[in-house]
Each structure stands twice: as C-alpha cells, then as structure tokens.
Design a binder for this molecule. Structure first.
Ligand SMILES: C[S@@+](CC[C@H](N)C(=O)[O-])C[C@H]1O[C@@H](n2cnc3c(N)ncnc32)[C@H](O)[C@@H]1O
Length: 407
C-alpha cells in the first residue's frame, strides 16, 4: 500500500465516515442506473454491484435491503468499517452482501464476477486516491461492457469557501500535530469563517459538524477536486464517458433567469452549459453516471416505440397523496410526487394526470406503455392524452425505461 493510501486508511480508521443508519441515496438503484446506457446486460443471473470505498455501509446496506435480488460487494481499506458492516449484515440476516478489505488502487483480493460488474458505485472516494486516473481505470477494468459507474467527487468551484479554510488551516496549524489535536483550532477558524467567506453560503454548517464529519471536510491528508473540465479530462484518460448527472435538474440551464440569458445558454454546447452552471450555482459535488466509451447514452423515447417499451416507476420517487375521510367516503385532496434530491413536489396538472398518478403510486412491477395507455383509456382519458402523459412522466423522470432483460 502506498504512503498516501496508508495515511487515508489511518484517518478513516480513527474517524470512520460516515456514521448513521442505512440510507437510500440518489443514483443507487441498479436497474435504473443500467437504463441510462444503451447496451443491455447479456449475462444471465443476478445483477452484480460493487461499492468501491463503501465506508461503513450506509448506502451499501440500504441498497441490499431494498434490492434483495441484486448481489452487492463492498470494498474498503478501512478494516474497522469492514468489520462493522460484517456485523450489521449478520444481524440483519442479509444474504446478498459480501464485504472485503480491498485497496481500490490495486483491486487485489477482489472476486470479479464473470463478465464484470453490472454497476459500480464510488461515492466520495476517487478524490482521496493517490492516483485517481489509475483508480478509475481499475474500476473500468472490472466493469461489464454494458456496465455503469455512479460517481461522486468533490466540486472545485462549489467547495471554494471550504478550500480557503483548508488553505488557511495548513498555514496556521502544522500537520506535525495529530489530526485530533488540530480539530479545536480548525473549528475556531471555521467559526471565524462564518462571518467571512462562509457567510451566506452553504458552508456555514462546517464549524458545527461532528468530529468525524469535520475531519472528513477539513483535515483530509489527501484530497483533490474536480471541475466539469477536469472531470471530462479524467473520463477521457480512463477511456470512459459521461452518461448523465445523478440529478439533472441541478445542472440544468433552466435555473438561469428566463429571457436573453437563458436563450444564450441554450445556444451553447451541453458541456459549456454545465460549465456555466458550475459557476452560477453552489453544486458542492459532481454526481454523475459514466460508462465505457462504447456504451452511448440511451436515445430519447420515440413515438413509434411508446407502446412496446417497458416502463417502471423511478424508485427515487416519493408519492404524496392527501386524503380526507368524509361520510361519503375518502376524498383525495391532492396528489404529488417528488423526485429524489429535487426539493419541489410536482402536483398533478389535470384529472387525467391525477388518474395516472393514482395508477402509478403502488406500481412495483414494470409495465408496457400499451397497458398504461389502455388503463387510462378505461378511465375516460383519450389515447392522445394518455400518450402525452406517458411521455411527460418519462421526460420528468417519474418513469424510467429498464432494459427488457432487467424487467
Ligand atoms: C468519504 S468516505 C465515503 C464512504 C462511502 N462511500 C459513503 O459514501 O458513505 C471515503 C471512503 O473511501 C475509502 N477509501 C479511500 N481510499 C481507498 C482505497 N484506495 N481503496 C478502498 N477504499 C478507499 C475510505 O476508507 C473511506 O471509507
């Protein structure tokens, strides 16, 4: 193990990150993630997912519980965290999780499934590696041809105020002192930043975070960050490409004021639009889905394939149905849905939309466009309106298109 990896291991073994109960995160459903690439799975058998740098298993365990027919493999260099996950897996009786102490820089000791992993997660890890290009290349080497990687790395511009704190800390508090000894002074500085560079930014929470979070934020011995430009370069170096953002609305130019500015942004390339948004917003990380260079993004849905396509409700969607109990029965007051990390709920726009949402809210299996249209027609919705709703829900991300082999 190289010196940098060793120092990262020491840090995370002393301050195992992150604490907390299992949590379902965005961009973590295997079928949804694979649906973003054009290449379908060719192997038979269960879908296989690698969580590279799984930490204490907060995401890994939630995924294993909510996707019981998927096999999960968690790897990390943090031996304390690995032992903790093994205990949790035993306590919960999960039979679809395997965890190992494996260094992502070499992947020595990893059991690679025949044909490679279908999906790889690596959240908050790549930017701590001694050589992120090598790390990403390693991951690509164990990714199936149709496979996708869900990556989260720190954003250079969104974290600027924090990097100013880290810079000042390096000058004021020498790293000859232990990490634990540096915490109180660094906290004091973070507190001071609340009246300076942090003021009015999403970084005002730093001084109040617990020790584990604080160390992860401010005192990491090896950390890099990515801009859109350097991420695109990293992907090219690793022979991979961008499929989509985990939360596309966070990178959408629709956030810009309507009018001339928005029109100008629309004229830019997709890449330059993202570069504008990274300057104009506080996106603190880049959360993106990438694939092999030959696995193109899934083409948009066409009118001709609407009826025969398989659809499924996006597992990141939460429905909110408000009802009142009246003497005449239950009355529905409002129906809305919220997509993953997008804060604003989407309310039904018409009675036909409301009927469609009622149809979808308890739908756990995939269905064809044809059956959805037929159901709505039985409720008195016209064929044209049913098709428009299907297209609208797909464009908004409420519905996704699993590959037929994954239905
Ligand atoms: C910020 S934590 C993120 C943990 C987890 N992915 C999550 O989101 O909850 C970074 C993790 O990466 C692990 N890590 C860092 N370098 C690694 C390497 N070379 N190989 C495997 N794991 C590594 C650390 O031990 C730590 O658990």
């Amino acid at each position: 193990m190289d010196e940098i990896t060793q120092s990262i291991r020491e840090l995370y073994e002393e301050f195992p990150y992150p604490a907390g109960a299992p949590a379902i995160r965005v961009a973590s459903d295997a079928r949804l993630l694979m649906s973003y690439g054009s290449n379908p799975r060719t192997q038979e058998g269960p879908i296989k997912v690698l969580d590279a740098g799984c930490g204490r298993g907060v995401g890994l365990i939630a995924n294993a519980i909510t996707q019981p027919d998927v096999e999960f493999y968690g790897i990390d260099i943090n031996r304390i965290a690995i032992a903790e996950i093994k205990d949790k897996v035993n306590t919960l009786g999960l039979d679809n999780v395997t965890v190992r102490e494996v260094n992502l820089m070499t992947l020595e000791g990893l059991d690679i499934p025949e044909g490679g992993f279908d999906v790889i997660f690596s959240s908050g890890v790549l930017h701590h590696l001694s050589d992120p290009v090598q790390g990403l290349e390693k991951l690509r080497s164990v990714l199936a041809p149709h496979g996708v990687i869900s990556l989260m790395v720190y954003a250079t511009f969104g974290r600027q105020p924090l990097y100013r704190l880290i810079e000042a800390t390096k000058l004021l508090i020498p790293d000859t002192a232990s990490t634990r000894e540096r915490i109180p002074h660094t906290r004091q500085l973070a507190d001071f930043f609340n009246d300076g560079p942090f003021k009015g930014t999403p970084w005002e929470f730093v001084a109040q975070s617990n020790d584990t979070e604080f160390v992860d934020l401010c005192l990491n011995p090896n950390e890099t960050s990515y801009s859109v430009e350097s991420m695109w370069n990293l992907l090219t170096e690793a022979d991979m490409h961008f499929l989509r953002w985990a939360v596309p609305s966070q990178w959408s130019i629709d956030q810009l004021p309507e009018g001339e500015l928005r029109t100008r942004a629309q004229a830019l390339s997709e890449y330059d639009q993202y570069r504008v948004i990274e300057q104009a917003t506080w996106n603190r990380s880049l959360e993106l889905i990438v694939g092999h260079a030959h696995n193109a993004p899934r083409p948009p849905l066409t009118e001709a394939e609407l009826e025969s396509t398989a659809f499924a409700v996006n597992p990141e969607v939460t429905f909110d149905i408000n009802t009142r109990s009246l003497r005449t029965g239950k009355r529905i007051e409002s129906i809305s849905y919220t997509l993953g990390a997008v804060p604003d709920p989407v309310y039904s726009k018409s009675e036909a939309h409301a009927n469609a949402l009622m149809l979808l809210w308890d739908q756990t299996q995939a269905f064809t466009g044809d059956s959805f249209i037929n159901f709505l027609e039985q409720d008195g919705v016209s064929n044209q309106d049913a098709k428009s709703i299907l297209k609208e829900f797909t464009a908004e991300g409420l519905l996704y298109r699993p590959h037929t082999c994954d239905v």
